[in-house]
Ligand binder design. Structure first.
Ligand code: PLP
Length: 360
């Protein structure tokens, strides 16, 4: 605390990102990065963008990237439906400020969800209420259908949800969107490409729907920092007003080039997603054989607990064996481990490590 801080700074509770250890040769299964490299075409495009032109500012509107995202999205999406930012975390920050803050009406999100949401509420002063997941960790659409004075001022949840990995069927997503015409409903699809149905298909029918995706997970570009939102052009205009009051150039020249090439390399994207899904199914079966309860996952991670081994102790014992997974000290989920789906070899090392821990 410093007397020079603006008053809000001392009151913030910042997000705590998963550890990025400096050690090499760890089995790093803690932050849902893709175990495969980015598309070789993305690397090539980034190389081609390094040079003299770096003295020039990038395109403030990222036209070519938005064009590539719109083409990829289909369903009548145009570049005017697309907003891009420096990672979807930055997109989310602008969304909280531009679309989800309505005094007197609360933003709703699940009690177990992406832990950045309450952080943005604190930063931007967004009134909010958390809605409990069911006992089996599902989002119940009916819990988000409130009317009259209790009607929501905004709704946000990831689909698949994080850190549970559970997906909500598209018909249920549409019930929530259609049942809340008074506010924006944001679907955070960071993991959608690993097995859930995207709500982009609903954007043309619902002017209050905003879908957010990222290149960090399924496109293997967490280090490049590119995310985007797709929604009605009026929502995109609101986001642009905030963005141009904050930083006109969130996507640098290298990021724009790499992201555009990655979006257009559909075969590589499909191949790596398929590999991760196959490994996830094997990992799930192997964990179940060891006695774990594993929630059904549509993401590139699994959420699992063991009936006779404490979550925090297991995470610590794995760490001693140079295997890192994520553990959350959060009331309902403190017995769970969130394990990123790595390569087959990394997952095999995890299973070997668990067997050694259980037999010691
Ligand atoms: C990883 C993640 C993000 C952030 O992704 P970036 O684009 O890397 O900022 C957003 N939402 C959820 C639910 C995530 O898991």
């Amino acid at each position: 605390m410093s007397r020079y801080w603006s008053p809000i700074v001392g009151a913030l509770s910042p997000y705590v990102p998963g550890e990025q250890p400096k050690l090499l040769d760890l089995v790093k299964l803690n932050t849902n990065e893709n175990p495969y490299g980015p598309s070789p075409k993305a690397i090539e495009a980034i190389r081609a963008a390094t040079g003299d032109t770096l003295r020039l500012y990038p395109d403030p509107a990222s036209d070519r990237l938005r064009e590539a995202i719109a083409t990829q999205a289909g369903h009548g999406i145009t570049p005017g439906h697309v907003f891009v930012g420096n990672g979807s975390d930055e997109v989310l920050a602008h969304v909280f400020q531009a679309l989800l803050k309505h005094d007197g009406r609360k933003l709703l999100f699940p009690d177990i969800s992406y832990s950045f949401y309450p952080v943005y509420c604190g930063l931007y002063g967004v009134e909010h209420e958390t809605v409990a997941l069911t006992d089996d960790f599902r989002i119940a659409p009916e819990d988000y259908l409130r009317t009259g004075d209790a009607a929501a001022g905004g709704i946000i949840f990831p689909n698949p949800n994080a850190p549970t990995g559970r997906a909500l069927p598209l018909a249920d997503v549409e019930r929530v969107v259609a049942g809340n015409p008074q506010c924006v409903v944001v679907i955070d699809e960071a993991y959608v490409d690993f097995g859930a149905e995207s709500a982009v298909a609903l954007v043309a029918r619902h002017a209050n729907l905003l879908v957010i995706q990222t290149l960090s997970k399924s496109r293997s570009l967490a280090g490049l920092r590119v995310g985007f939102a797709i929604g009605h052009p009026d929502l995109i205009d609101g986001l642009n007003r905030v963005k141009d009051s904050f930083n006109s150039y969130p996507i640098d020249r290298l990021a724009a080039a790499g992201a555009e090439a990655a979006m257009l390399d559909q075969p590589y994207f499909e191949q790596t997603c398929r590999a991760i899904i196959a490994t996830r199914d094997q990992l799930t079966a192997d964990l179940q054989t060891l006695g774990f309860e594993v929630l059904p996952s549509a993401a590139n991670f699994v959420f699992a607990r063991h009936p006779s081994h404490d979550g925090a102790k297991l995470a610590a014992a794995l760490r001693e064996r140079a295997i890192i997974v994520r553990h959350f000290r959060h009331a309902r989920i403190d017995q769970f481990l969130r394990i990123t789906v790595g390569t087959n070899d990394q997952c095999a090392r995890l299973i070997t490590g668990l067997k050694a821990i259980f037999s010691s």
